[in-house]
Design a protein around this ligand. Sequence first.
Ligand code: ZN
Ligand code: ZN
Length: 330
Amino acid sequence: MAKCVVCGKPGVYTDRLTGRVLCKKHFLEHFDRKVRRTIRRYEMLGRREHIVVATSGGKDSLSLLHYLYGLSKNVPGWRISALLIDEGIKGYREYTVKDMLRVVEDLGIPYRIVSFKEYFGLTLDEIVETGKKRGLPYLPCSYCGVFRRYLLNRIAREMGATVLATAHNLDDTIQTFLLNVLRNSWERVVRQGPVTGIIDHPKFVRRIKPFVEVTEKETATYALLQGLVMPEFYECPYVHYNVRVSIRRFINELEERHPGIKYSMLRSMLTVIDLLTKNHSLKGEISECRICGEPSSHEICRACFYRYKLGIMESREMVVAEEVFKHKKP
Ligand SMILES: [Zn+2]
Ligand SMILES: [Zn+2]
């Protein structure tokens, strides 16, 4: 690779947009500047915070954990913990859990691991099987996403988090944006900004995305340079059923032909969120789920709705669900 434009040492990273080559030291400086600017720009963190980092054990979330831990050393009022949700995906999650444990033990970061099995009685693999048997549409990523977000909020709150940090990067964020636009899900667009501010409920933990302006390639480079992930790459076996794969390919092709389009999409998303937030009808009422008591925009939250559909609910909960769903089509 060519030499670093700053110091002339061997380069480790090339910025596709500007063509600038950077060495390890200058890449890490560039990365740090970028993330600090994001945190400032969106007012993500205050002086006193207990930051719980949602950690999957993949390169993005380990990078976020490692980065925020480094940053917290200079801020006396900050505490960092890690939270991993084990969905129960055989041949995948057990490996990333190992990577996560290596990093948290290395840095001495307190952590919690909770599983779908202990909270819902089934692993994701078993949920997918149950759905099949009951003739429900094949939606592994929907079950996974709903149950994971549910546990992240609930457990982060139990851990005393003032803020929940997730590792969504620029690529993830604009993929989700486009996905929601294609599905006409504008209430979701509003909730997927760099800071989730619209949900105003005491049981809802504020969510931030400090990596929202860094690309997938930048977080991968950071993880590699800091030795956070093993060279083997593990892929979720359900990934191919997710429409996100096509959207990712589409956006990457666009970026290839029109460099800079990813940032432009992020700016579009921010404008749209701003406009929609002013439109109060989209805010909706946030109350508490009649079954589990977690914050929800419906009488019964999405997680309890899926538990009902899957038949993994206690009979007294079932009574409430039947009563609600009898009257309306969910
Ligand atoms: Zn350099
Ligand atoms: Zn619920």
